[in-house]
Ligand binder design. Structure first.
Ligand SMILES: Cc1ncc(COP(=O)(O)O)c(C=O)c1O
Length: 399
């Protein structure tokens, strides 16, 4: 596209099939919601939309937490909000690192002035409660941070027993649910999570731009008892809560149209039903998995802890990472993700998140891969992976 100062071409984005680590496919309903007229951030219509949004967020997080809202920013803004509000300079923070996003949380906590200790596991593995208990006994952290769905490895971290261990030692638990929320069960109150955050562009199938977040009453008390001001003005929940709560006091101009979009995405999720949505992710994962394994891919994450919505698979030797991903995009309009960090060049990250989790996407990808494998003379029998996946949808096979 050549532009001069007088004429810039209009944008026409290509209709991709998004099967990477996010963003995921956005439905026309959500795009329509995004394009509704912008109103003021104190307009009664908008305030009602905020109330509805908060109520739907509480239901998807499975929490009664009053302080549940959407941070203006992507998932990383959610991470920063969680950390900078709970952490004061000099506080001890323990972060569990088994992939890129655990490392990012440790970095954020270090920048917030915390004394950060980490426990690590090889990428693809998850932490046991005993490992956490030992690390907590050693470091006595005020805050423990852990990623539920590690998007860099496809590993699913069990969360339900962790909060008790953290609370018994007097700490608070932050959970990253950027990739898990909306695609698998997240039960904030039942599991005793203190702060949880997510993003809109993964299993919620909304464009990127907001970070759903929820603070437990104990987390709110901890923020109220701080001796120092929160280091970020923009992300200080004591001020933001005055806008999302009854006072409606201006803090910053809300991203109005993104709120419409998230509202609609959550409305669609509730219309489908959480359990039905989780079952849809699980079924599409089973079909995709059997198809990929038929093609010679193996999973990077521990077999007992594989995420449904993010399939990180080791590349067979014959596959040229960059060439094959470009061919998928250029010839089939399908985006998948490459590896991140230490898995760069070694894995693909195939997302079936939100509205991307559907048979036509899974079968379309397997069909495209079979064709590309044959074109590139990579060992593959036409239709085998596709048919193996199809059998799962027809109820013929499950793993
Ligand atoms: C687990 C996890 N945490 C945090 C983030 C950061 O979110 P964002 O890229 O929306 O800022 C991501 C993004 O992929 C993620 O997968």
């Amino acid at each position: 596209m050549t532009n001069t100062i007088d004429s810039y071409a209009q944008l026409h984005s290509p209709p991709r099939i998004l099967m990477g680590p996010g963003p995921s496919d956005v439905t026309q309903n959500v795009l329509n919601a995004l394009s509704q007229p912008t109103v003021g951030h104190l307009d009664p219509f908008y305030l009602e939309a905020m109330d509805g949004l908060q109520s739907m967020l509480r239901s998807v997080f499975k929490t009664e937490n009053e302080l549940t809202f959407a941070v203006s920013g992507t998932g990383s803004a959610g991470m920063e909000t969680a950390v900078v509000n709970l952490v004061e300079p000099g506080d001890s923070v323990l972060v569990c690192v088994n992939g890129v996003f655990g490392s990012r949380m440790a970095d954020v906590a270090t920048r917030a002035g915390a004394v950060v200790n980490t426990i690590t596991k090889p990428w693809g593995q998850v932490f046991t409660t005993t490992e956490l208990k030992d690390a907590i006994a050693k470091h006595t952290p005020k805050v423990v941070g852990i990623v539920m769905a590690e998007t860099s490895t496809g590993a699913s971290q069990p969360i339900s027993e962790i909060a008790e261990v953290v609370h018994n030692a007097g700490g608070l638990l932050i959970v990253d649910a950027v990739t898990s929320l909306g695609g698998m069960n997240v039960a904030v109150d039942q599991w005793g999570i203190d702060v949880i955050y997510s993003g809109t562009q993964k299993c919620l199938s909304c464009p990127p731009g907001l970070a759903p977040i929820s603070f437990s009453p104990a987390a709110v008390v901890s923020v109220e008892q701080r001796a120092t001001k929160v280091s970020s003005w923009y992300l200080d929940i004591s001020m933001i809560a005055n806008y999302w709560g009854a006072n409606r006091a201006y803090h910053h101009t809300a991203p109005i149209n993104m709120t419409y979009a998230l509202y609609e995405a959550l409305r669609l999720l509730h219309e489908e039903g959480l359990d039905a949505c989780f079952a849809r992710h699980a079924l599409n994962h089973q079909a995709l998995k059997i198809g990929l394994e038929t093609l010679g891919f193996t999973y990077a994450a521990d077999p007992d802890h594989q995420l449904p919505m993010l399939n990180a698979v080791n590349l067979p030797d014959a596959v040229d990472d960059a060439q094959m991903r470009s061919a998928l995009l250029e010839q089939y309009n399908i985006e998948i993700g490459g590896g991140l960090g230490e898995l760069k060049g070694k894995v693909w990250r195939i997302g079936i998140m939100g509205h991307s989790a559907k048979p036509e996407n899974v079968l379309g990808l397997l069909d495209a891969l079979e064709k590309l494998f044959m074109e590139n003379r990579i060992n593959c029998e036409s239709g085998t992976a596709y048919n193996a996946a199809k059998a799962v949808y027809l109820g013929g096979c499950s793993d």
